[in-house]
Design a protein around this ligand. Structure first.
Ligand SMILES: Nc1nc2c(ncn2[C@@H]2O[C@H](COP(=O)(O)OP(=O)(O)OP(=O)(O)O)[C@@H](O)[C@H]2O)c(=O)[nH]1
Ligand SMILES: [Mg+2]
Length: 191
């Protein structure tokens, strides 16, 4: 299975990106989602409404998911071999950087409204992530966002990061992200 661990600050757009990705790929690609939040089943409900199988894990006071939680969730969900398993981690840019969940890679999402200094202030998260998605580019003109400065700051802490800039809301840049997912899936099939 292709397991991807989505990490970001609260509200960067992890669930929205998943909803739009599910809508774009279904029914040809099976996608299963493991949701991590301190409380509520809101995100798993949203994913099910978008058409994918989902399981919510509530961490209570905990600030990250751990590998044994993913093992138990995967047994319950039983995703098909060769399918995509998306893990939405608990929203924060600190704890989830330190935990390997058995994923193919971590993918950090940072949105334009958070400020382009975030990679420098939370370097462990951006260094642990092979891919960085800069979301909410539709809001860029209103929030003093400089794409070059964001790119420079991401590459300062992680020179090998692959960067996508997109808007999960407007759809701008989504095609490149979906192409990349297809490439990862092809690589998995060939391995
Ligand atoms: N303008 C704009 N709003 C967005 C975009 N993506 C997400 N949002 C909005 O941002 C808010 C938070 O989005 P979520 O998808 O819930 O964010 P999240 O990262 O899953 O949040 P947590 O699970 O609470 O950490 C919602 O109001 C979304 O509609 C985008 O590309 N552009
Ligand atoms: Mg969410």
């Amino acid at each position: 299975m292709l397991a991807l661990n989505l990490v970001s600050s609260p509200g960067a757009g992890k669930t929205t990106l998943l909803e739009k990705t599910i809508e774009a790929l279904s029914p040809s690609v099976e996608l299963t989602v493991i949701e991590g939040d301190q409380m509520t089943t809101n995100d798993a409900d949203r994913i099910r409404a978008a058409g994918a199988n989902a399981l919510q894990i509530n961490t209570g006071a905990g600030c990250h998911l751990e590998a044994d939680m993913i093992a138990a969730a995967t047994q319950k969900l039983n995703p098909a071999p060769g399918s995509i398993v998306m893990i939405e981690n608990v929203g924060n840019l600190v704890c989830p950087a330190m935990f390997d969940l058995g994923e193919r890679m971590k993918i950090a999402i940072v949105s334009t409204t958070e400020g382009d200094d975030k990679p420098l202030k939370y370097p462990y998260m951006f260094r642990a992530s092979e891919v960085v998605i800069v979301n909410k580019i539709d809001l860029a003109p209103y929030v003093d966002f400089d794409p070059d400065r964001m790119t420079t700051n991401i590459l300062k802490v992680n020179p090998h990061a692959r960067i996508f800039m997109l808007s999960a809301r407007s759809g701008e840049g989504m095609a490149e992200w979906l192409d990349y997912l297809a490439t990862l899936k092809r690589e998995l099939a060939a391995a």
